[in-house]
Design a protein around this ligand. Structure first.
Ligand code: MRU
Length: 314
């Protein structure tokens, strides 16, 4: 894959006989591709987090649907398998709806991929304007190029802020239990040459109290019609901490993540993953996402601009 910018086609692409993914389960140690020869295999890659992040799973699913159509497979079965692979990110269903209605699903899926990456670059510019100078930004999970199919949402904002000289460094919450922060975000920041430190999730409070964090910036898996935000488990805790320490919390996500059909956060389905991801020895609970109520969100940044949450969803 090389260093620096991650090419969108290296993250996920459609070939004639396969959807090809950079296998995110193997990062940062191994950069290996996974070839999925059917929609069922793409659904499995989404379920097992070979590809992950709200927008990237939508793009992968769109390519999976296009592959099924090209192979002459049962496209309704493909749609159902892909849409059911993970429940929380609305982009999965949204992207599938875009390609299902297209006369050329492959072209539609590729266009959607390009459009989402272009949204990231616009969001990043809007978000970077919010950062104070020389700031230290805390981010959670991975909302980078890997999660978006290119450039990144929250991490794209960090990148744009670094390029403008306002972001001095990033703190990366490791993101238990699957370490999307410690494995994936740190890997992306290292490639981009942006100064960063991984912290354990539970270090955020004391670092905020010590004045070492200036703002929190995260992505989203679904934004309800009232502005409540579902994102990786732990985001809600950071939002409460940010409010207590009078720090802004910025949510950076494309408008495809806003779900007008979900009225409030209470109606967002929260994925519960295998307890073995948390403990192989004892009973465990493993909710993969949480909901941050709209009143704890300082601004939502979409491709249309940075707005107060109520305006961003209007
Ligand atoms: O379980 P994951 O790794 O798919 O969770 C991803 C996140 O929570 C991201 O923060 C979110 O998708 C926003 S970036 C597109």
């Amino acid at each position: 894959v090389g260093r620096g910018d991650l090419d969108p086609s290296s993250i996920v692409r459609l070939e004639e006989d396969a959807v090809v993914l950079l296998d995110q389960r193997r990062l940062p140690d191994d950069e290996v591709e996974l070839r999925c020869g059917s929609a069922a295999e793409v659904a499995d890659a989404i379920r097992t987090l070979a590809v992950r992040g709200a927008v990237a799973i939508g793009i992968a699913a769109a390519y999976g649907y296009a592959l099924a159509a090209a192979r002459g497979d049962d496209v309704e079965a493909a749609y159902a398998a892909l849409a059911g692979a993970r429940p929380t990110a609305v982009n999965l269903r949204w992207a599938l709806e875009q390609v299902r209605d297209a006369s050329d699903p492959a072209a539609a899926a590729r266009a959607l991929h390009c459009a989402e990456v272009a949204c990231c670059e616009r969001m990043a510019r809007h978000a970077a304007a919010l950062f104070p100078s020389s700031c230290t930004v805390l981010t959670h999970c991975n909302a980078g190029a890997l999660a978006m199919g290119g450039y990144g949402s929250a991490l794209g904002a960090v990148r744009a802020g670094w390029e403008r000289g306002v972001v001095a460094r990033a703190l990366v919450a490791e993101t238990r239990p699957l370490l999307q922060g410690a494995r994936l975000t740190a890997w992306e920041l290292e490639r981009l040459g942006i100064p960063h430190s991984v912290i354990i999730d539970s270090a955020a409070a004391s670092l905020m109290a010590a004045g070492e964090i200036d703002c929190v910036v995260v992505g989203a898996d679904r934004i309800a019609a009232n502005g409540d935000v579902a994102n990786k488990i732990g985001t809600y805790g950071l939002a409460v901490l940010a409010r207590h320490h009078e720090l802004p919390l910025y949510v950076v996500a494309p408008s495809s993540t806003v779900d007008p059909r979900t009225p409030t956060g209470e109606a967002i389905p929260i994925e519960e993953r295998d307890p073995a991801e948390v403990s192989r020895r004892f009973p465990a609970r493993n909710p993969a996402f949480d909901v941050t109520p709209v009143h704890l969100v300082t601004a939502i940044v979409t491709e249309h601009g940075a707005r107060a949450p109520a305006e961003a969803v209007a």
